[in-house]
Ligand binder design. Sequence first.
Ligand SMILES: Cc1ncc(COP(=O)(O)O)c(C=O)c1O
Length: 313
Amino acid sequence: MNNLFKKDRNNHKTHALGYAIGQKGMACCDHELPSYSLLKEEISLPAAVIKRSHLENNMQWMQKFANHHGVKLCPHGKTTMTPEFFRQQQECGAWGVTVATAPQVEVAAQSGITNIMMANQLVGKANMAIIHRVQRDTDARVMVCVDSKQNIQQLQHYFEHVNSAIDVLIEYGVAGGRCGCRTVDEVIALAQFIANMPNVNLVGIEVYEGVIHGGDEEARVRQFLANTLELAGQLVADNLQPEKPIVTGAGSAWYDVVAEEFAHLDAFDAILRPGCYVIHDTGIYLDAQHKVMRRAEKTKVLLVSLAAISLPL
Ligand SMILES: Cc1ncc(COP(=O)(O)O)c(C=O)c1O
């Protein structure tokens, strides 16, 4: 045993026992049926249990919601990191899957997802090598976010070196938020900078309104989204991004507002990225969904279909 643990070092490569050391939710029984029973104690605990009917309901509902608003859906996959769910979401009509890291991009690509948005910056040669491997070995189209000249230079250097190119979205952030350019001028300066980088292609703007907190949130989120569309239009007018660029936003707390603000846009390819909606029916996401419902009551928009979104497990 000592030896096995020495070799494993959390890489879980040791299959000497018929399973990887540290494997979670492992099935343990003497039959070869394709499924295992939690109630018969055939699966190691703790194990997350997700009701298929609720999962499918949530996937289909959000897809219909996106379709109704004329926007694409690219659900955030970091929430489940479950290839089977990625495929189901794609089969329901999702345009692609969003992820947070380069290894997650590779999991999504290996799951057969065709459009993969990394809603995060691609930093470091090792991560760039993973993205390049995905470009080389799969049919997936990968987009990553940028918010600094230094990072763009690094991407240019790496992708030129491997004789490839990378599609990027400029992240437009908010003061006090996480990543992202803080001002319109910063975004424009970055777009001008990218225009001189032959191996870095600007394909749109990414925002995450979920970092806007404090009083008067809804009005501030709407204003932020309106500013984003104006900015995206300005970049097109200045020939800094292609016709019909991507504008993407939305987590599970404000997807209704983002869908409304980005609805049926001819000039942009609008893409929503909520992730938690698919399995989170309690806690802050239940509160967030109640707020969505209250907003819908005010505007009477899609009230009937909203009522069906998701029953608590
Ligand atoms: C950049 C980005 N986009 C989308 C999402 C999805 O939001 P949610 O987890 O609320 O579904 C997240 C979540 O953290 C995120 O960070």
